[in-house]
Design a protein. Structure first.
Length: 169
């Protein structure tokens, strides 16, 4: 793995960008910048734009594609994903759902039950990492498979949910 460009190296490249003395200097700078670009793209592709549980961005949200990595099953692609907030349950837990169609070429199992989601990459959204989720996969009449992934976001505090508990005198 290559080392990220330091601020000093970037300053050096910018200072010399209009006055290269040799083609070797120019080639070295271009190689360094391209390597830096590839590293940044690889980090984004691995789901580095995710956040810890409870720090995700507002829903609903639609995207063209998404990827979810489960500990037991690896990377699962989703087509036409939709992220939405679900109504709070009886106990006040707020859940979020990521749903999308599985590609016909994906030959994995029908996932269901509790799974450990390492990360979810949905372009334009910050998603939770390393969290337990409920997974449901349904097959439609034409054989297409739809996967829904749900996780608990946060629980409101008792004072928020039920109002103030104490009385003022």
């Amino acid at each position: 793995m290559t080392v990220r460009l330091t601020p000093e190296r970037l300053t050096e490249i910018r200072a010399g960008q209009h006055s290269y003395r040799t083609t070797e200097q120019l080639d070295r700078d271009i190689r360094d910048l391209l390597a830096e670009r590839e590293q940044l793209l690889a980090e984004v592709a691995r789901g580095k734009d995710t956040a810890s549980c409870g720090e995700s961005t507002p829903a609903p949200h639609r995207a063209g594609h998404a990827e979810v990595r489960f500990t037991a099953y690896g990377l699962v692609p989703l087509i036409g994903p939709v992220v939405e907030d679900l109504e709070p349950d009886y106990y006040g837990h707020v859940h979020r759902q990521l749903g999308g169609w599985l590609p016909d070429t994906w030959s994995g199992e029908h996932l269901h039950g509790t799974e450990h989601m390492e990360f979810a990459h949905v372009p334009g959204l910050v998603m939770p990492t390393d969290t337990n989720v409920q997974v449901h996969t349904k097959t439609s009449r034409d054989g297409s498979r739809y996967m829904a992934i749900q996780w608990r976001r946060e629980r409101p505090s008792t004072a928020q949910h039920f109002g103030t508990l104490g009385r003022t005198a």
